[in-house]
Write a protein of this length. Structure first.
Length: 211
């Protein structure tokens, strides 16, 4: 899959699930549950123990069923290793030119983080394919709409605090996709993997009904 096709998939699916887990078994279970619920775009964060190994294992297990990327990428070495492990896109909480450079060289989309208008523009001008607005939940969909106003040409993906109840509102405010983490993947006592699949299905339904 080319970088353009990867970006097209993310914008068509509209949701990137952000996964963190303590063990490989837990990560794979959650990934499978989200896939069963219809989610195709997942991000394994580098803050997860043995994240590179998990990306490789996930790529081998799920193949083309999942579009699997690497998150919390903050340096060139990690970016390069993540792509080698099988990551199809790179996400960072900050703007790092070296990470963008690796993404361009390896032919995968890159989504650096930004928060202020100046940071959003700087990320776009530095070569971002999407700009991750982070942490989006602090100011909500209204802030995303404010950013989209002067930058309608910049594709924005709010992440951090985005929940099942307001994901659609971010898209209506101008986002091309949303990153959803703990609000989707966190399992309360008694929650089964089937409950997680159902939650993912409800989220997808809420955003796919939008124009």
């Amino acid at each position: 899959m080319s970088a353009a096709e990867t970006l097209e998939t993310i914008q068509r699916e509209r949701v990137v699930a952000v996964l963190r887990a303590a063990t490989a078994d837990e990560l794979m279970e959650v990934a499978k549950a989200l896939l069963d619920g219809g989610l195709r775009c997942l991000e394994f964060t580098m803050t997860t123990p043995n994240a590179l190994g998990m990306i490789a294992a996930g790529t081998q297990r799920f193949g083309a069923e999942l579009l699997l990327g690497a998150g919390t990428v903050t340096d060139a070495a990690t970016a390069d290793a993540a792509v080698t492990a099988g990551a199809r896109f790179l996400v960072s909480p900050v703007l790092k030119a070296e990470v963008i450079g690796v993404a361009k060289r390896r032919g995968v989309p890159v989504m650096p983080g930004a928060f202020t208008p100046a940071e959003v523009l700087a990320a776009w001008e530095a070569g971002a394919d999407l700009v991750k607005v982070f942490p989006a939940g602090r100011l909500g969909p209204g802030y995303l709409k404010d950013l989209h106003g002067p930058f309608p040409h910049i594709p924005l993906m709010p992440t951090g605090g985005v929940g099942l109840h307001d994901a659609a509102a971010y898209l209506q405010a101008g986002a091309v996709a949303v990153g959803v983490g703990g609000n989707l993947t966190r399992r309360a006592a008694g929650d089964s993997l089937a409950d997680l699949s159902a939650r993912a299905a409800r989220l997808l339904q809420s955003v796919r009904d939008l124009p």
